[in-house]
Design a protein around this ligand. Structure first.
Ligand code: G6Q
Length: 545
């Protein structure tokens, strides 16, 4: 329970509402014309990131009002509560301590009177030892062959994080070890992933916090069968399977050695977990040193978030700007547009992080939220591909879509003039979105009259620009921690529990109910609604054809 006053009844909220009415029609052109130094002033550099938030429909006065709102909900205290292990995941009675996963060994963070930091470091050490044995070839498959394929089997939080991070840091990977990620219960995912793998050279990392998730367990059993079909000896399982879980009993039941299990804890949410042992496949791929660099990046953003004044605090700024559009402008979605191919999976990763955390309509007191919006729809894909697909709607559609542009000064793969061309697109897009093209400008280009209205760009489309020197493990850690904390701040203001996911849990139960109806030899008595009954009957007929 929290004693937060209803958000929309707060003076700080009302002040923002009034300010919105007064400023909603100010164009970004006017903001920039009024202050020639706006682009430098509305920018922050911290950790290794430069955030330019000047191309947003707001002034310094707007920011002041937003910060007042953050202060009114006691953001600083809420942050401390998270960092110090208070049980802020109230519906599950759990602490929320992903920040402890990267805490230095000297720190003391207690859950129920027990310091969790030594445990974190013990598991990290175990991961380091194991991953270096796999990388060096000392850890061999059952028939004595080196491991060349590592297949992460997991779903949701046990898949999206490691998959995104592996993709992001691919240029640092061990050149003879390939990682793949199997998540979907659709057999195609597993079959395609192993299609060119030799079972004798393949290691499965089964990632499941609960070790009861239908998709993961089904894929894990298929993987075991696939291995045993090839090598024919159950003793092979312990050389080809390791597990990452909180559930040692189920892991043992599956046949994985306790020694080959890497623990994590119920105070780490799935979607906040890839810097725990859930990142084991990543550590095998990039090595323990790179993984440590990544953790240092997380840590540096944690420190920044915890200590920097709100007006210079990157996660707080991004969160408050998001609230400005979500709650006052009525923007429904938020696009994430990385100008880096290695970050191809970042939008999907952030989609889960944000939408599963803040996709809530009941507040922390158990009251239905009717008066304001909570989490936005997160989407996106890397530039420049998106430019040739959906940017049209951002430029000229009827919807307001705030965007985060993410780019780097140096390429991980310098080649000719590619990088300057890539980044010129980044800069040009943020400029065009903000300032558009006026009727006069279009007319002066001598275009036919009938085309003029179609070629006018209103502009005034907001964006944040995040710029860094290069995509490194450290930078990735900073970036992910930045978004973790952004989501936290928004949840804190909206007074929702960002750390449960009852909708996801429901999905896990519902599917299990229908399985016997699909498996049954005799036509089952169906008692769903008429649509579901008809779909199941049609499926049963067609799958037997
Ligand atoms: C994440 C969610 C969810 C979870 C998956 C997998 O925060 O809880 O995405 O990670 O459902 O769960 P297991 O790790 O327990 O298999």
């Amino acid at each position: 329970m929290t004693d937060q006053k209803p958000l929309t009844q707060r003076d700080e909220w009302k002040a923002l509402q009034k300010h919105y009415e007064e400023t909603r029609n100010v164009h970004l052109r006017d903001y920039f014309a009024a202050d020639p130094r706006r682009g430098e002033k509305m920018a922050v550099e911290a950790c290794d990131l430069y955030l330019d938030y000047s191309k947003n429909r707001m002034s310094e006065a707007t920011l002041k009002l937003l910060i007042k709102l953050a202060e009114a909900v006691n953001l600083r205290q809420q942050t401390e509560d998270m960092f110090t292990g208070k049980k802020i995941n109230i519906t599950e009675g759990r602490a929320v301590l992903h920040t402890a996963l990267r805490a230095p060994g000297s720190e003391r963070i207690e859950v129920d009177g027990v310091n969790v930091v030594p445990e974190v470091h013990r598991v990290l050490e175990k991961m380091r030892t194991f991953s270096s044995r796999v990388r060096s070839g000392e850890w061999k498959g059952f028939t004595g062959k080196r491991i060349t394929n590592v297949i992460n089997v997991g779903i949701g939080g046990s898949d999206l994080g490691p998959a995104m991070a592996y993709e992001a840091l691919k240029s640092y990977r061990h050149k003879h070890i390939h990682c793949r990620f199997v998540s979907n219960i659709d057999a195609t995912d597993f079959v395609e992933a192993v299609s060119d793998c030799n079972p004798e050279e393949t290691l499965f990392v089964i990632c499941s916090k609960t070790f009861t998730t239908l998709e993961t367990l089904t894929n894990a059993h298929s993987a075991r069968r696939w291995l045993l079909d090839a090598v024919g000896d159950k003793a092979a399982v312990r050389r080809h399977f390791v597990a990452v879980s909180t559930n040692d009993r189920e892991v043992e039941k599956f046949g994985i050695d306790r020694d080959n299990m890497f623990e994590f804890w119920d105070w780490v949410g799935g979607r906040y977990s890839y810097d725990s042992a859930i990142g084991l496949a990543l550590m095998i791929a990039v090595g323990a040193d790179r993984f440590d660099e990544m953790l240092a990046g997380f840590r540096s953003m944690d420190e920044h978030f915890r200590t920097a004044p709100f007006e210079q605090n990157i996660p707080v700024l991004l969160a408050l700007i998001g609230i400005w559009y979500n709650n006052f402008y009525g923007a429904q979605t938020h696009a994430v547009l990385p100008y880096n191919e290695y970050l191809a999976l970042l939008p999907a990763y952030l989609q889960q992080l944000d939408m599963e955390s803040n996709g809530k309509s009941v507040d922390r007191n158990g009251n239905r939220i009717g008066a304001y919006q909570t989490g936005p729809i997160i989407w996106g894909q890397p530039g420049t591909n998106g430019q040739h697909a959906f940017y049209q709607l951002i430029h000229q559609g009827t919807k307001l879509i705030p965007c985060d542009f993410i780019g780097f000064a140096q390429s991980n793969n310098p080649l000719g003039n590619h990088h300057n061309l890539l980044m010129s697109n980044f800069f040009a897009q943020t400029e065009a979105l903000a300032f558009g093209k006026t009727r006069e400008e279009v007319e002066s280009e001598g275009v036919p009259d009938f085309q003029v209205p179609h070629r006018v760009m209103d502009g005034n489309h907001p964006s944040n620009s995040l710029l860094a020197v290069k995509l490194t493990p450290r930078l990735l850690g900073e970036l992910v921690a930045l978004y973790e904390h952004k989501v936290f701040v928004q949840g804190a203001v909206w007074n929702v529990n960002s750390f449960d996911q009852w909708g996801v849990e429901l999905g896990k139960v519902l599917a299990r109910r229908i399985v016997p109806e699909l498996d049954a030899k005799e036509t089952p008595q169906l008692a769903h609604d008429s649509s579901t009954n008809a779909l199941i009957s049609k499926y049963r007929r067609w799958c037997r054809d």
